[in-house]
Design a binder for this molecule. Structure first.
Ligand SMILES: [Mg+2]
Length: 256
């Protein structure tokens, strides 16, 4: 009986060793083996990098398989961390600038997803997987930390937006005021004016052409554009772009 019991014990140990060996092997394999889900996620990360680096252009919607990836990026902290890092970088640059006393030191801020966040709207559009719906468009707000610093430093802050004056003019002003954006400029003698958005005279122009025109007018009026911040490359390209440009992330939509 002792011999039989010993054999059973050895057999249990042998079975256990085989089980542990198989489990260890699968664990070791998992360090290099990737599931389809992992690979799909990483492909979406590559897509997002391509978008932010402006290598992928003129895209109309987020690829459907990247909906969750973009949602997670936008709402679980990484987007806000990225924005905070950029704002910290901008603030460090601002601290190096000596302003003159002539009142002509200027800064350009885009509005959508630079001053005001549209995340709430796009959460209802599967984070960019559905086309833009102008009827359902609502605004949400980003932190005004950068704006407050610029005003405190003494810059004239010009908000430049391609939003249509007729349909979004009043709502834009209300949203900006509600989020603490006061004392901004659109041209040199109007503060908080009611003509912030794009008038009919500029309808049909690309964002690059329209925003270049606005910046050129400012430059011709003598303003020195120290910085220019936007979430679209079209905010930062063209003429009179400023001494430095800063691109905020936006994987939800593309404006040419
Ligand atoms: Mg924008």
């Amino acid at each position: 009986m002792v011999g039989f019991g010993w054999s059973m014990q050895r057999m249990r140990e042998a079975i256990m060793l085989v089980f542990v060996a198989i489990w260890s092997s699968s664990k070791a394999a998992s360090t290099w083996w990737r599931s389809d889900t992992d690979e799909a996620w990483d492909n979406c990360l590559s897509w997002r990098l391509g978008v932010e680096a402006n290598n992928i252009r003129a895209w109309r919607t987020v690829p459907p398989e990247c909906s969750t990836h973009v949602e997670v990026y936008m709402v679980r902290g990484q987007y806000q961390r990225d924005v905070n890092l950029i704002v910290d970088t901008i603030c460090a640059y601002i601290d190096t600038i000596d302003l003159s006393s002539d009142g002509l030191d200027a800064w350009i801020l885009d509005v959508d997803d630079t001053c005001i966040s549209n995340l709430f709207y796009y959460s209802g559009k599967r984070y960019g997987c559905e086309p833009f719906d102008p009827v359902g468009f609502k605004a949400w707000a980003l932190s005004a930390r950068l704006f407050v610093k610029l005003i405190a430093k003494g810059f004239k802050v010009f908000l430049v937006t391609g939003r249509d004056e007729d349909t979004l003019g009043q709502a834009t002003i209300r949203n900006l005021h509600a989020q603490g954006f006061f004392a901004y400029h659109h041209d040199d003698d109007d503060v908080d004016d009611n003509d912030l958005c794009r008038s009919g005279a500029y309808k049909g122009q690309s964002a690059i052409a329209y925003k270049s025109t606005v910046r050129k007018q400012l430059a011709e009026e003598g303003f020195r554009i120290w910085g220019n911040v936007g979430d679209q490359w079209s905010d930062l390209q063209g003429e009179y772009t400023g001494n430095r440009t800063f691109k905020l992330p936006n994987p939800m939509y593309y404006i040419p």
